[in-house]
Ligand binder design. Structure first.
Ligand code: NAI
Ligand code: MG
Length: 327
């Protein structure tokens, strides 16, 4: 069966790393049909819309979407795109690879981030010149859906041994209280082990000893910030992939943005996007091909060539070619 894959490179290095990941997918024996669409600052400047209707529709109907990054319009692009695929969880692995000069080479974490609500619900108001407000939304239903996914991901059938619930329910008693209680209850019902950590304490603990943690389930903003922190532990944003999973489709994207400081130079690290493409393969049950891509990226990171963010002097194209050669 042919899988329809939407490809949305976006802005900046999205235009460099997304084609690199597509090249890797094209080198495999998979039945994919790619359709490219526009989103981001450039298309907004041209048409007035950061996310054209046809791009939203494409993501809402494709089997899977590969997204690069959007610049200043990121929120106008990625939040609706995550909604287009009905995504309720953002999976963000943060793993240190052999040969990479990581702050904490023993890091091997997976963040399961709530992906629809919290402080990213978009309910912001400017009441007066002096006062701006934000309404944080937490629902039992979204917390349950995330928890059910987490139970499958990290439960007894998996390679994981339960998960940690990261929250700040000691201060945000209602919103994070509901989140924590709901997730813990679903886990208990499913016989999955959990423990808890306050998100501020987590930030310190994970830096001192990341091996205390494995799978971390957290609210939207906390997952965004803490996974970027974990990126710092493993050697930078150029290495962090992510998957936005919905009931029927998924959207796969690097954690990083458009990297305006290096965009256009052809030296962006394509690893995060290529690993995101490997997660896309896994999602569509191409397990062998996914494992091959993971292995090829891992070997390339260990033996080079490497892009400047990892201390090398190779180009995006050099690294992509080296990954494909190792497939
Ligand atoms: P960024 O992730 O674009 O860059 C942060 C730093 O990491 C920069 O020094 C950059 O050069 C480096 N970096 C990131 N990815 C890299 C890669 N693949 N290879 C080598 N180096 C890499 O974050 P920043 O600077 O905060 O944001 C830049 C723009 O991206 C902003 O307009 C922001 O709105 C947007 N953004 C978009 C996101 C998305 O579309 N999902 C996510 C985060 C930011
Ligand atoms: Mg972020």
């Amino acid at each position: 069966m042919t899988h329809e894959i939407a490809v949305i490179p976006g802005d900046g290095i999205g235009q460099e790393v997304t084609p690199a990941a597509v090249e890797v997918l094209e080198a495999l024996d998979v039945d994919f049909s790619f359709t490219e669409a526009e989103a981001g600052d450039a298309v907004k400047a041209e048409t007035g819309e950061a996310l054209p209707e046809e791009t939203y529709e494409l993501a809402a109907t494709a089997d899977a979407t590969l997204f690069g990054a959007a610049g200043e319009t990121a929120a106008d692009v990625i939040l609706p795109l995550r909604e287009a695929v009905g995504s309720f969880v953002n999976i963000r692995p943060a793993k240190a690879y052999p040969g990479i000069d990581a702050v904490r080479p023993e890091t091997d974490l997976v963040f399961l981030r709530e992906n629809t609500e919290g402080v990213y619900s978009g309910h912001e108001d400017r009441l007066t010149e002096d006062v701006a407000t934000l309404t944080r939304v937490t629902t039992q239903s979204a917390s349950e859906q995330l928890a059910e996914f987490a139970c499958e991901y990290a439960g007894p059938e998996s390679e994981h041994d339960g998960f940690t619930i990261a929250h700040k329910a000691n201060v945000m008693r209602e919103t994070d209280g509901l989140f924590r209680d709901t997730v813990a209850e679903v886990a208990a019902d499913n016989g999955v082990d959990t423990d808890e950590v306050l998100i501020d304490a987590f930030a310190t603990k994970v830096c001192l000893d990341p091996t205390q943690f494995d799978v971390i389930v957290c609210p939207n903003l906390a997952g965004d910030v803490l996974s970027d922190l974990a990126a710092g532990l493993v050697g930078g944003l150029g290495l962090l992939p992510s998957a936005n999973i919905g009931p029927d489709r998924g959207l796969f994207e690097p954690v990083h943005g458009t990297a305006p400081d290096i965009a256009g130079e052809g030296v962006a690290n394509p690893a995060a996007t290529i690993i995101s493409a490997a997660m896309l393969l896994e999602y569509l049950d191409y397990d062998e091909e996914a494992a091959a891509v993971h292995a090829a990226v891992e070997e390339t990171l260990a033996d080079g060539p490497r892009t400047p963010d990892l201390g090398g002097n190779a180009s995006t194209a050099d690294v992509t070619a080296a990954v494909i050669e190792r497939l």
